[in-house]
Design a protein around this ligand. Sequence first.
Ligand code: PLP
Length: 386
Amino acid sequence: MTAAVPLRSIDPITSSAAVRVPFLDLRVTDNDERIEMLEALARVLHHGHILNGPEVAELEAAMAARCGQRYGIGVGSGTDALIIALRALGIGRGHEVIMPALSFVATANAVALVGAKPVFCDIGKDLNINPALIERLITPATKAIMPVHWAGRICDMPIINQIAEGHHLPVIEDASQAFGSSRGGNPAGSFGHIACFSMNPMKTLNALGEAGMIVTDNAALKERCERLRYHGMADKEYCVELSGNHRLDTLQAAFVLVRLKRHNENMRKRRELAHFYNKSLAGTVVCLGEDMNERMAYYTYTIATELRDDLKTHLERDGIESKIHHAVLMPHQQIYQTNTPGKWPCAERMMKRVLCLPLHEKMTMEQAGFVVDSVKRFHAHTSAFK
Ligand SMILES: *Cc1c(COP(=O)(O)O)cnc(C)c1O
């Protein structure tokens, strides 16, 4: 049996001795946050609306408002959000959806799962879909453009929306990594006809499990999403189209609401760490930070360097966890058999160089300083041998 954990816990962040800077730390170590989580649980236990409880509607309204959209539709995960958004737009067999070659494979899988074909577009140096390459991929079968705000960095949406409008195509934002990010003062989720968020524990706004959200301004789309979220039921009795169960748990909604209250403060901490990295690493490695008109939520902090694999090993020896997002591009996954090397030259080049450094709310400045020192030591050592 494991030892009892006190409800009030103030144990410090203790990572395993070998890991001095973990990539993420999903424990709830802040005592106030822990109490608020337990109170949220107690509220749900008390009101007993375990399914479709008031917390779901509250979170839907709160997230939609933050995105400048009228409606929120809570669902079971970010993947569910994408699948339901696609289906609500009538996308299925025989259709194509244009997306970047670089994303978590869920983006392509959602499209394939509704029976449509993901069409992969190369990315730019910002790691987002390159808008200049979209138009040549549009065919009569194209039914939507699905940009992904990679690492929390917002795509060039004015241009993407202009292309979409020119071809009468809807835009579905995969904003899974970008809750809280904004560009030109406009938040992630405010640009497309419909936008999808994941609140899985790794994301910048997160649950204690799986959770997702769709936001839109369109009442008809909202209604269809609500229907598709639960067995295509038009009301409690009549099933009018085929679907499964993709509902958001009341309990997870309650936990996300607790975290939403803390989101601005968490974003401030993430951005402070990111700015410290930007300043300290400039000239040592390429930092894929934000432009002047952006406020990034920094889902991850990404650097690029020719010596990526050696740097990763070096950091590991210093007890610093880092990650490659993602070594395998979506079109190179075996299920997408569009494996032509050289077709996504920028994505292929960048994926050999990118590395995500640890960055999360629980990280201290001291830990960030330790990461910077390690990167600099590596750089000094390797440039001495050039
Ligand atoms: C996390 C993520 C998803 C999937 O979200 P889940 O909640 O894990 O299903 C989809 N797209 C992107 C870009 C993501 O980062």
